[in-house]
Design a protein around this ligand. Sequence first.
Ligand code: SF4
Length: 442
Amino acid sequence: MGRKLLTEHINVEGIEKLDVYRKHGGYRSVEKALKTMTPDEVVEEVKKSGLRGRGGAGFPTGLKWSFLAKPEGVPRYLVCNADESEPGTFKDRELMSKLPHLLIEGMITGSYALGANTSYIYIRGELLYVLRILEKAIAEAYAAGFLGKNILGSGYDLDLFVHPGGGAYICGEETALLESLEGKRGNPRNKPPFPAVQGLYARPTVVNNVESIAAVPVIVNEGGDEYAKIGVGKSTGTKLFSACGHLNKPGIYEIELGLPVEEFIYSDEYCGGIWKGRDLKAVVAGGSSVPILPKELILKTATGEDRLMTYESLSDGGFITGTMLGSGGFIAMDETTNIVRNTWSFSRFYHHESCGQCSPCREGTGWLEKVLHRLVHGHGQMHDIDLLVSVAKQIEGNTICPLGEAAAWPVAAAVRHFRDEFEWHVTHPQEATKPGAVFPGK
Ligand code: SF4
């Protein structure tokens, strides 16, 4: 049984209330940090922990914090990215709604470390009920002296606000989020300058995912070295995965990084195997923006080793062949899944969510959707299959933000791993377009 660093108390009755949360050790990290540590010491512990961003990119959190510019007399900000909108990913929603004080505690300790006196939680617009839970918890934290002026008599001040977005997926990209938080249309910015130098209101800003911030209290309480003992190599600590699709036990699981993918899928402690006694066909391991892998490659690497739930093991192969740990949205597909239709479904999402600023993404996502529509509806031609890969390659590396690649890579990966099925849609259009049609194999 793996350790649960974040979710140990998630099912305790009333844990969303401050008094219950405190009975289970809540807010210890605030007391420890503000009373016994300097801000730099907190940053150092986070660096030592090896914590990597849990939103998708996997960049080391402590390093990101150390990049924050600190010009004299200029305010700086910590912004929590709670705009969770990636298809297949629903872990942050659960954390915030059940353990709101864990996030608030992480925001206070993190803001102290960064020298921020005003911080924000930018939450996805559709999650208004979670926003209300957070606001209630923030009011409790103010009343108990954990927020506001002179927190716990330390001389440190912090105001914390929750801000709802309008429900656009692109606002999960950190610079689009900052634009939106400033009251503008959520268009990603060109980088540099990076937010660490010029972020919210052109001030130095750190943007971190909910789960990353929620890990800070554990790291401060236990120490960075202890945290780093969990996991494998540069994938330290625990990670939440939202498992969905054709599984016996879909849900949210906190695992120690390094767990074999096979164990995650088939053991009763986690997903309990594939539903209805069917066989596994493919997995998207980190949310819809990461490349799909067929069963053979998700369970074992190309060299025959067990594939592990780590940033490294889930990223071998690179463009088109590899996958990524991403945001932890683990989507399992059984043997009856129509991969072409599924790929079309994701491509519609990305075309719809493209902000339209750069041509390769604006036009390319449209072309991917159109060509896939043709194939799914029985009007495709053989050269359409290579056209998909060509469009995907022209998007890659030519856009302002990663949404373009999030749209392109999964399509290219689907063609690479399931080309026979794409060809079947061209050679057997009537059969392939029937509702519930299942590719019969080569
Ligand atoms: Fe907008 Fe797409 Fe360009 Fe990102 S890649 S800035 S979403 S057009």
